[in-house]
Design a protein around this ligand. Structure first.
Ligand code: ADP
Length: 485
């Protein structure tokens, strides 16, 4: 029985809906599951259920909610191996990377469970005698959560967990290609004792299900992660409705790693390879530009190519694999398309640039070689646009100021990294790059859940942060109460 259901208040496997197939991107002969294509009406009904469930859920005590989160953490932890395997079969990333998502989810559950029983407001001294002024944080209502496929478990988790923890209810639309792992997360919550209707899962086309979530007036806040283009569409749709609703948009990145002349070239190469080709480049936090001092170029490029040759590509379930397939045919074609664009723009292809075919392991999956372009200039499309695949652009610079200008020259502003032993240089870089996260001698990939995250410019609408204590700000509003006595 490969047909799976959705959560519309409770778990249902709709009888009269069309189903679509989820296939393993490493081996498309393998069917992972089938999910229903829900309609606009189904989505509307689910929002109504979530609205109703809010009445009770918002009045539960934080300790009661925390108890459910701790229990869900325990359940997910006990299933870690199976969940990681399922995630790899559905999305393609390596087992180690999938396990990282599972553990991150467990950590997020425990972090927010602890956080919500702590202070949720403040007391402000009044200018009047016999007066107490206090602020409290209240949940907003129904939150629409719309998520991409590249982190199909931990990314939704860092939205859903603080939303629910603070007393909101959720209608979640996972990316169409990764609903199976999504369903497992929702199941764990209900097994942990979550009341019906608090977390709902709807699958189906973005044009119906996604559009209804964005435009339905009963939705109190929208949190979205995905492409810049879709983020803009959502923003425009809500704007046209002239509706006062919170929107959190986390969009793409075109992250640069800068090797300083005072930095360790071997470390730069190691971290760049890991951040460019790990996760098959399918991370908002991936490194897609590598900036090297002009006079170190030849030496660094040959180290980079040597190191990249060691990247093992294959089925993520196999031990020792560093890089899985692209997650879908669409991604595969997009990445190959950008490789052609790079060649036509005059960048020099120095490694990879091909699909991988041959044998049982590769013939049925979306495998592409790790790819390096040299002599990339800031005006080229491969230096500006988010490719979301294992394609790295090598660029050169002369001074740190010039490097910072290049870092800032795209419409994105998510993460920037520098490799240096000079603390003044690190500080200057951190101060002047227009991004939400700076990494010094660390890979651009890899975020910690207790740290606020979010981009600037085209990387997000830059109002609220995700993760950390700061996530609470998006999912709650502040009320001020004056009490005279
Ligand atoms: P990705 O390449 O990560 O799929 P998208 O921005 O296309 O990036 O999609 C991210 C999520 O947003 C997915 O769940 C997708 O189904 C959903 N989505 C796409 N278009 C829309 C839209 N117009 N309205 C609402 N949701 C959408």
């Amino acid at each position: 029985m490969s047909e799976r259901g959705v959560y519309i208040g409770r778990y249902v496997v709709p009888k009269d809906r069309e189903y679509y197939e989820i296939r393993n991107p490493a081996d498309t002969r393998q069917l992972v599951a089938k999910f229903p294509k829900l309609t606009r009406e189904d989505t509307r009904g689910t929002i109504a259920i979530a609205k109703d469930a809010f009445l009770k859920w918002s009045k539960t005590l934080p300790v009661e909610r925390a108890k459910i989160l701790y229990k869900a953490a325990e359940i997910i932890e006990s299933r870690a191996n199976d969940l990681a395997k399922l995630l790899t079969m559905e999305e393609g990333k390596t087992l180690a990377d999938s396990m990282f998502e599972v553990i991150r989810t467990v950590n997020l559950l425990r972090f927010y469970a602890g956080l919500i029983v702590k202070d949720m407001g403040k007391v402000i001294p009044s200018q009047d005698r016999n007066t107490i002024i206090l602020t409290t944080r209240e949940p907003l209502g129904v939150i629409a959560v719309i998520t991409p496929w590249n982190f199909p478990l931990s990314l939704p988790a860092w939205k859903i967990i603080p939303a629910i923890a603070t007393g909101n209810t959720v209608v979640w639309k996972p990316a169409s290609i990764t609903p199976t792992i999504a369903l497992e997360l929702v199941k764990a919550f209900y097994e942990a004792g979550l009341p019906e209707g608090v977390l709902n899962l709807v699958t189906g086309p973005a044009s119906e299900v996604g559009d209804e979530l964005v435009t339905n007036r009963e939705v109190d806040a929208i949190t979205f992660t995905g492409s810049l283009q879709t983020g803009r569409e959502i923003n425009e749709k809500v704007g046209r409705q002239n509706r006062f609703v919170r929107i959190q948009l986390e969009l793409g990145g075109k992250n640069a790693m800068v090797l300083s002349k005072n930095g360790d070239a071997n470390l730069a190469v190691e971290l760049t390879v890991r951040s460019a080709f790990g996760l098959t480049g399918q991370a908002c936090t991936a490194t897609s530009r590598f900036l090297v001092p002009e006079d170190m170029h030849d030496e660094v490029l040959s180290k980079l190519i040597e190191r990249t040759k060691k990247v093992v590509v294959g089925n993520g379930l196999r031990q020792g694999v560093d890089m899985g397939p692209l997650a879908s045919r669409e991604q595969y074609e997009k990445v190959l398309g950008y490789i052609e664009i790079g060649k036509n723009e005059g960048a020099k292809l120095v490694y990879g640039g091909q699909p991988i075919k041959g044998g049982e392991e590769f013939d049925y999956g979306y495998f592409v070689m790790p790819t390096i372009f040299d002599q990339v200039t800031p005006d080229m499309r491969i230096a500006k646009e988010e490719i979301f695949g294992p394609v790295l652009a090598v660029m050169t610079y002369r001074t740190l100021d010039e490097a910072i200008d290049i870092v800032n020259s795209t419409e994105y502003g998510l993460i920037a990294g520098i490799i240096t032993r000079d603390i003044s240089e690190a500080a200057k870089f951190a101060e002047n790059v227009k991004v939400g996260v700076v990494k010094v001698n660390k890979p651009t990939i890899g975020l910690e859940p207790w740290v606020p995250y979010g981009g600037v410019k085209g990387s997000g609408n830059d109002i609220y942060k995700e993760m950390g204590e700061e996530a609470i700000e998006f999912f709650t509003r502040i009320k001020a109460t004056y009490i005279g006595y």
